[in-house]
Design a protein around this ligand. Structure first.
Ligand code: ATP
Ligand code: MG
Length: 583
């Protein structure tokens, strides 16, 4: 029985009935405007994400409900109710307003997952600003590029991170104020003369603030894409995105008011804001923020301790959990988990099978991108999970598979994954790059850059990014299918598949394979893996070449960078590697 971690009372009334009982029924005749009334809106018709995520719950009498449980990396714990969140975000809104922040001005946040990040995030939105969180593991260059590109005027950081990027800050002339959070005086360093102290500013600020009446079309959040296929692009979202973030929290993550929710993504990536903040809080859910990094034990400890009910994570993390094995699962009580979902990369069928064994339930894959701002296609709680499929579009979303001329293809054919524009959380620009933005729209469709297929029942099956699809002897091969077969081999933990040029076949499939810790990467094993995949895949698709690799190159958001495998294989320039994870 799940219980409230604060009151310790059992949540006896928690409904386990899925929020979206019949997706196909719900999709019939659905208009997004039908959903507008589930948000509160501002008295004069404006829409502000911060009001919908925080203040409205106070208005509805839930001010004392726990909004955020913060679990610090050193075992600290802080708890904030919706009322406290309202007060803290109001203070920050006053701070930045007093510093001259105007409507549409950018505040960039370069911080670990501390509560102050969340206060500043929503406070900036209340003040009418646009907020851009940056992943704290970034080195100086990616931070410089994003500050320069966005023209951010306020930069919020913490002492050790400020130190890390000190060299590039003079190259960012748009920054007017650097504000430093020295949480619990974790750092004894003195502030630079020109810097402002977060603690002092907040202490002096009032916790009353009249939210700027932003319209649903005002810009709110900026996120740079992961950089998997090239230079990261700055996607800009509007306040209207709240509608879809709320709806998908309910439908695709099946959030109920009493849930204890844990999203493992960092706010530096879109999942960490759309689903690390907006979806849970617009749904009034208690959101667990875990400051530490990945570790199977710590994650399971956290789920066990706080009795997490809904858990949203990513395939790379799931593969790492698979590698950590059954032992740490057995050492914890994870029975509170009611719904598990995944996004960011294709979820290998093997991972769904493993999830069933470990957690007695399927892991629900869903698909979306930085540009889409919210989940577009999902496996729902009410729906049979087809392992390897990303499910069906959410109500109100039309997805199609197109040929090379952007014409719609029938079910069962491979093609370009596209979406009919007009969904609420649709990005509205690539910052400073309208040419790239315009290039994404063809014949009335938004072209996602992914390749997929739709089956007769309307389920979508991801094949790969258009850039990664391999053309071998007239067959188009998606790397996902091959990688999924490879990781079914008991000694393989991760695989990345590319096409390498070939005189006869145009390209042949080459696999890079990482093995379980302790496994010797011998020639015999290589042959065994090659034999194994040949039993799973047709001859045309099975890799012709295979190479062992220690670990695959990934973005900091955990995506396999096949373009880098390819560039290295062919001795070509590596391109933009600003988001490459450290080895
Ligand atoms: P860039 O656009 O800079 O190359 P990126 O596309 O990886 O980076 P994101 O917006 O973070 O940046 O990721 C979105 C992409 O992630 C999707 O277009 C898709 O390729 C992949 N993706 C996300 N979820 C899934 C999923 N469930 N199944 C398969 N692929 C997914
Ligand atoms: Mg992309």
């Amino acid at each position: 029985m799940p219980f409230d971690p604060i009151s310790k009372a059992p949540i006896s009334e928690m409904s386990v009935m899925p929020n979206l009982v019949d997706r196909d029924e719900a999709a019939k005749g659905f208009e997004w405007t039908d959903m507008y009334s589930e948000l509160d809106w501002l008295p004069d018709g404006g829409l502000n994400k911060a009001y919908e995520a925080i203040d409205r719950h106070v208005e509805h009498g839930h001010g004392d409900k726990v909004a955020m449980i913060w679990a610090g990396k050193n075992g600290e714990e802080e708890i904030y109710t919706f009322s406290e969140m309202k007060a803290q975000t109001n203070r920050w809104a006053n701070v930045v307003t007093d510093l001259g922040l105007g409507r549409g001005d950018r505040v960039f946040i370069f911080m670990d997952r501390l509560p102050e990040l969340y206060f500043a995030f929503f406070g900036t939105l209340k003040a009418g600003g646009v907020v851009g969180p940056l992943f704290s593991a970034f080195g100086p260059e990616p931070v410089r590029d994003r500050l320069q590109d966005s023209g951010a005027s306020i930069f919020l950081t913490q002492p050790e991170l400020r130190e890390k990027v000190a060299g590039i800050l003079p190259e960012c002339p748009d920054i007017k104020h650097i504000i430093v959070v020295n949480k619990d005086r974790r750092s004894s360093d003195d502030l630079a003369d020109s810097d402002l102290s977060y603690e002092e500013l907040m202490l002096d600020a009032s916790d009353d603030f009249g939210i700027v009446s932003t319209s649903m079309y005002d810009y709110s959040i900026m996120h740079y894409t992961s950089g998997t296929t090239g230079k990261p692009k700055g996607a800009v979202h509007r306040h209207l995105a709240a509608v879809q973030q709320y709806a998908t929290g309910k439908w695709a993550l099946d959030l109920h008011f009493d849930d204890i929710y844990f999203c493992t993504a960092d706010p530096g990536w879109v999942t960490g804001t759309s689903y690390g903040m907006m979806a849970p809080w617009t749904n009034g859910v208690t959101n667990l923020i875990y400051e530490g990094g990945f570790s199977a034990n710590n994650w399971y400890d956290t789920i066990d301790k706080y009795k997490v009910t809904v858990w949203y994570t990513a395939p790379t993390a799931i593969r790492m959990l698979m590698r950590a094995g059954e032992e740490p699962v057995k050492n914890h009580d994870l029975s509170s988990l009611r719904f598990i979902a995944s996004v960011g990369e294709p979820l290998n069928p093997e991972a769904v099978v493993w999830g069933n064994e470990m957690f007695n339930q399927a892991i629900h894959d869903n698909w979306w991108q930085t540009e889409t701002g919210a989940i577009m296609c999902a496996n729902y709680a009410s729906m049979e999970v087809r392992p390897g499929s990303m499910g069906k579009p959410i109500p109100g979303i039309e997805m199609g598979i197109l040929d090379a001329e952007y014409n719609l293809l029938p079910a069962g054919e491979d093609g370009l994954l596209a979406v009919k524009p007009g969904w609420p959380s649709q990005f509205h620009a690539y910052w400073n790059n309208s040419e790239m933005y315009n290039s994404k729209y063809k014949k009335g469709w938004y072209i996602t850059g992914d390749q997929a297929q739709m089956d007769e029942d309307g389920y979508f099956w991801f094949q790969g990014r258009s850039d990664d699809v391999i053309n071998t002897a007239g067959h188009l091969v998606g790397p996902f299918e091959v990688e999924s077969a490879l990781i079914e081999h008991p000694d393989v933990v991760e695989a990345g598949v590319i096409g390498v040029p070939d005189d006869i076949a145009m390209e042949v499939v080459k696999a890079f394979v990482a093995t379980r810790p302790g496994v010797e990467q011998t020639d015999a094993l290589r042959r065994d893996i090659m034999r194994f995949v040949r039993t799973k895949l047709s001859a045309a698709v099975a890799p012709r070449q295979m190479e062992f690799i220690e670990s695959l190159p990934k973005t900091r958001s955990g995506k396999i960078m096949r373009r880098l495998l390819k560039a290295r294989e062919l001795g070509l320039p590596e391109g933009d590697i600003s988001t490459l994870e450290d080895d």
